[in-house]
Design a protein around this ligand. Structure first.
Ligand code: GLN
Length: 548
């Protein structure tokens, strides 16, 4: 039977509950336990797929096609195991289920209420993954902050589950903030005391308190928190700000978080933590031998969470290549034919990001053109790939109005067109082409070299596609469709032969890169960028020698 850990947050949002949950999961996994993490979000959207990245950061997509919270990306990157639809539940989904059941007559004669109907549905979903028999431990992260009106039913569900389960079958971890007051030169525990009191008023008492802090907590301070929050002093865990999120599992190991959890859950016979690979990843991360500058061309670049998985994939790929990837954000709306060279000339590689709608697309097309003409490594993801196709259509083939019908419905060269199956779609939620699909790779292509395989599977989130009516024209002109869906022929990868790295993919490789399995496309793109940078440097230094 699975054991359950619930992670709540207090004082403020953005404390990194997802990272703490993922770090604890990593430690338990490293001791031989099978762990999964799920997130319960208190908003009313059925899933975050309909949310703008400005609202909620990136939308992470699972193999089974769920549009989920970006924390699921952290869970996968840390644990190296896939999540699924069941790992992310929102208030919207809970209510939708209950209301549908009500309409079907399942509660006939009864008043349908938050308690017990909504809380029962929350509890049912909280237990689902544990009941599969696949996991020893299920960690449930509750989104939001304790005290929020909207998270009350979730906390109540946790209270009831705690009451129903044996003491040793569940545990509550509360993450809080210990602010430092500069003027007083003091760390303050009062907000934590209040947030634990708030949680207790709702009937849930934490077993472990993890304290985010910018300064070390003294033993005295830990005792004080323990006393006033009614936990044992060793259950007060310091979570100092870390230079990388990937440091956090090791910091939690030093603090003994995993041991406290294992004790409380009466789990015996676990092995010593096996974190050698993780440690060597960190060693390389902290001692890069070189640096590459990668331009991230997008329209949400001012908001880092919008491209979370891409940024993390760069970190993984940088480590493989022994170099630091410095990401230079370039706002696609600010690029035009007059300034493109100035904006991109310092870069060693260019990634054109996914996106929706017409804002900034002309800038993206200019950026692709620059990369293609200047042999600058180019990597286009989803919309980025579509922009590469449009650019090639316009500037190599000569179809000046080539476009995607997403942006220009009346173009005479719709090189990117709405997929047939999308034409009848009216509802916006969960209706894109989502999740994992197979892709057959053309032998001898760059994609083949990169993947080392002829059959791959990648995750998707799009409505438009490469228009196969133009396939011959593109192939003849030198844009190679090096990966296709084996069932319907949809072009999944395009590349250019005589270019150091020019690859566009319709899918989202960034969703599958993990610490243990950095994605081959990112690894090769960074390798090509490193090469480009080294060549550039040697040209510069020989130019210097000549002038000297
Ligand atoms: N807007 C494009 C489409 O729907 C690209 C989507 C994306 O980049 N995720 O096809």
């Amino acid at each position: 039977m699975a054991k359950y850990i619930f992670v709540t947050g207090g004082v403020t949002s953005s404390l990194g509950k997802g990272i703490i949950a993922a770090s604890l999961a990593k430690l338990l996994q490293s001791r031989g336990l099978k762990v999964t993490i799920q997130k319960f979000d208190p908003y009313l959207n059925v899933d975050p797929g309909t949310l703008n990245p400005y609202e909620h950061g990136e939308c992470f997509v699972t193999d089974d096609g769920a549009e989920t919270d970006l924390d699921l990306g952290h869970y996968e990157r840390f644990l190296n195991t896939p999540t699924s639809q069941a790992n992310n539940v929102t208030t919207g989904r809970i209510y939708q289920t209950v209301i549908n059941k009500e309409r079907e007559g399942e509660y006939l004669g009864k008043t349908v209420q938050v308690i017990p109907h909504i809380t029962d549905e929350i509890k049912r979903r909280m237990l689902l993954l544990g009941e599969t028999g696949k996991f020893d431990i299920v960690i449930t992260e509750l989104g939001g902050t304790v005290g929020d009106i909207e998270s009350l039913p979730f906390v109540e569900a946790v209270r009831q589950l705690q009451w129903e389960m044996a003491e040793e079958d569940c545990l509550v971890l509360h993450l809080t903030l210990i602010p430092y007051l500069k003027a007083a030169k003091e760390l303050k525990t009062k907000p934590t005391q209040h947030s634990v009191r708030l949680l207790s008023q709702e009937g849930v008492h934490p077993d472990v308190i993890v304290c985010r802090t910018e300064h070390h907590l003294t033993e005295d301070l830990k005792r004080k928190i323990a006393l006033f929050c009614n936990v044992k002093p060793n259950a007060v865990i310091e979570a100092m700000d870390a230079s990388s999120i990937y440091e956090v599992p090791l910091k939690m190991l030093q603090e003994g978080l995993d041991v406290i959890v294992l004790k409380k859950l009466h789990i015996n016979g676990y092995s010593a933590p096996e974190l050698n690979k993780w440690q060597s990843f960190l060693n390389k991360l902290h001692k890069p031998k070189g640096k590459v500058k990668i331009g991230l061309i997008g329209k949400y670049v001012e908001l880092q969470d919008a491209y979370k998985s891409i940024l993390e994939s760069f970190i993984h790929a940088g480590v493989v290549n022994d170099c630091k990837v410095q990401v230079i954000n370039v706002h696609s709306e600010h690029i035009d034919s007059g300034n493109v060279a100035d904006q991109l000339k310092e870069l060693d590689g260019l990634l054109v990001a996914p996106g929706f709608g017409s804002r900034g697309v002309e800038g993206k097309i200019e950026a692709v053109k620059y990369a293609r003409e200047n042999n600058l490594p180019f990597f286009g993801i989803c919309l980025g790939m579509q922009m590469a196709v449009i650019e090639f259509g316009r500037n190599v083939i000569g179809w000046k109005d080539a476009h995607s019908t997403e942006m220009d419905a009346s173009t005479t060269h719709p090189v990117i067109a709405l997929m047939d199956e999308q034409k009848k779609v009216k509802k916006k939620g969960g209706t894109m082409r989502l999740g994992a699909y197979n892709c057959a790779i053309e032998e001898g292509t760059n994609a083949h070299k990169i993947y080392g395989s002829l059959e791959i599977s990648e995750r998707h989130r799009h409505r438009w596609e490469f228009n196969n009516n133009y396939l011959n024209d593109f192939t003849k002109a030198g844009l190679i469709p090096s990966g296709k869906n084996p069932v319907n022929g949809l072009v999944e990868i395009v590349e250019i032969k005589d270019h150091p790295f020019f690859v566009g993919v319709q899918f989202h490789p960034e969703l599958k890169s993990t610490v243990e399995n950095p994605h081959p496309l990112f690894v090769s793109f960074i390798a090509a960028s490193k090469n480009y940078s080294e060549k550039k440097e040697s040209v510069k230094s020989s130019a210097k020698t000549i002038t000297a």
